[in-house]
Ligand binder design. Structure first.
Ligand code: CAA
Length: 464
């Protein structure tokens, strides 16, 4: 049975920090953000927003656009790593908000949980709900999976230049208009790691940036190895002796903590896939240097990162590799369109991969490409850590949705924050009633109880 993504919508908060303002306040070269990281603007939440509001705003948008009523929705999953309660799931808050519009109790029939595994949990939620549909349990209802996050790092930390906020919601059905997932090939890897984590009670994560980048690439590569085996077993694709599985993915959407990371991660995968193929000889000739090998090729990530001579040579090798015509062709045709939105919005943690998918559809369609039948591969990563590689095929009905996509108008008008406003918001100095943007037509946070009996209880309002 087919199962996949029928429609997708985004909600992006109306405030942003411009990368040039960030660079000048922090004494950085703006080119580092623009070119080095691929960050132009970072979306910021207002004083009256939290990840549940972002999720509810995205859900309302997709329901209204498709004229859906709550009885059309069988499952509502929220995936996030910005959780604010250790027990009460975020989808219950979202249901509460949606019922302000659709009426009390209108979602009572609906099931769902909040899922957590850093940035990869949305992919697990999609997989579980796809299987709910494949198992024939959906009874013609949609599953609504919403990925929502506030990527907030400590002031003056390395991650501060890779912040962002927003939510992406996807409707899943057995007759998807956008993308049907390939069955029996979804592949995962998992490892107990501390590359990036957020201990109880801490609002921002503890991050080992360089380590997390390397782990991301290694874990996705492991999942890709399993994916390749599953593709063979399922008889999905015949790669042939001189090909790689990546040749058979028309597009590759990667997890995007910042847009440049997509380019780095894809280069890593392509390099590993091509190394054993006849085409690699020509690529090496163009690169003009030997591929470097760490002093201890079987060492740990720490030992490889500490091998500064190797790291320097490897950085140079990667730079030359990404400049080759062969890699450029892969980059431009399979990845570049997925990076456009990330540059304008920033890191969305769980939602980054799916913002990239949304961006890929819009900007490839705008190039005039007929997307029907194109296979999209996904490389999902969550710190802590787990990766998931899966794929799907664009469906006949895609154009009806994609032709209406317009990122700028879907984001809406935004207000550029001053540096002082940014710091005030970052340090939670503003109360919800002191919000900076106009939240008309949106769910907003009104307050959080502080008294002993109901501490932490959140109240929301729909500004209809
Ligand atoms: N002009 C042009 N380019 C410049 C430049 C300049 N003046 N200065 C630096 N650059 C380039 C660098 O060469 C580098 O390019 P490459 O990646 O191609 O080597 C790039 O800009 C970044 O520079 P640095 O490596 O010096 O950056 P940094 O060490 O200061 O910080 C970071 C980068 C480690 C990603 C940091 O922002 C960070 O810790 N971010 C949070 C962690 C993170 O995002 N990890 C990603 C994987 S884990 C994950 O994905 C989970 C999640 O969502 C967070």
């Amino acid at each position: 049975m087919a199962a996949g993504i029928d429609d997708i919508a985004i909600y992006i908060p109306r405030l942003y920090l411009d990368a040039s303002d960030f660079a000048s306040a922090r004494g950085l070269d703006p080119v580092k953000l623009e070119k080095g990281l691929g960050v132009s603007q970072m979306a910021m939440v207002d004083a009256d927003q939290d990840p549940a509001c972002l999720a509810a705003n995205a859900c309302l948008k997709i329901m209204q656009r498709n004229n859906l009523s709550p009885s059309d929705i069988g499952r509502l999953y929220v995936s996030t790593e910005s959780s604010f309660d250790e027990s009460k799931a975020m989808n219950s808050y979202v249901v509460g908000m949606l019922e302000q519009v659709y009426g009390p109790g209108t979602f009572e029939h609906c099931g769902g949980v909040e899922t957590k595994f850093a940035c990869v949990s949305g992919s697990y939620a999609l997989y579980d709900n796809t299987n709910w549909i494949r198992a024939g349990e959906s009874e013609d209802q949609y599953a609504m999976v919403v990925v929502s996050d506030i990527a907030k790092y400590d002031l003056e930390s390395g991650g501060e230049m890779t912040q962002g906020a927003g939510a992406v919601v996807m409707l899943l059905s057995d007759e998807p208009r956008l993308l049907s997932f390939d069955p029996r090939v979804t592949s995962t890897s998992i490892k107990d790691e501390y590359d990036f984590y957020r201990p109880f009670g801490k609002e921002t994560p503890i991050v080992h940036g360089e380590y997390s980048n390397m782990l991301y690439m290694m874990q996705v590569k492991k999942a890709l190895e399993t994916y390749k085996k599953k593709v063979r077993t399922a008889g999905l694709i015949d790669v042939g002796p001189e090909g790689t599985i990546l040749d058979h993915m028309d597009y590759i959407n990667m997890h995007l903590p910042y847009s440049k990371m997509g380019k780095k991660a894809l280069a890593y995968l392509v390099r590993h896939e091509w190394r054993h193929l006849p085409r690699w000889r020509e690529v090496l000739r163009d690169i003009g240097m030997e591929e470097p090998v760490p002093k201890d090729p079987r060492g740990t990530i720490e030992s490889v990162l500490a091998d500064r001579d190797f790291m320097q040579k490897d950085k140079e090798f990667t730079r030359r590799f990404t400049d080759t015509a062969q890699y450029q062709e892969v980059y431009e045709s399979k990845l570049a369109s997925s990076l456009v939105a990330s540059r304008m919005i920033g890191n969305l943690y769980t939602a980054s991969l799916y913002l990239g998918f949304r961006s890929c559809l819009e900007f490839e369609h705008k190039k005039g490409v007929d997307l029907e039948g194109r296979r999209i591969g996904f490389g999902s990563y969550g710190s802590g850590s787990s990766a998931m590689v899966f794929s799907g095929v664009v469906q006949r009905g895609y154009e009806e949705i994609v032709k209406k996509m317009d990122l700028e108008s879907e984001i809406g008008s935004r207000r550029r924050l001053t540096w002082d406003e940014y710091v005030q918001l970052h340090e939670n100095q503003l109360r919800p009633e002191e919000s900076l943007a106009d939240g008309r037509g949106e769910f907003v946070l009104v307050g959080i109880n502080t008294d002993k009996e109901s501490s932490g209880e959140r109240h929301y309002r729909y500004n209809g």
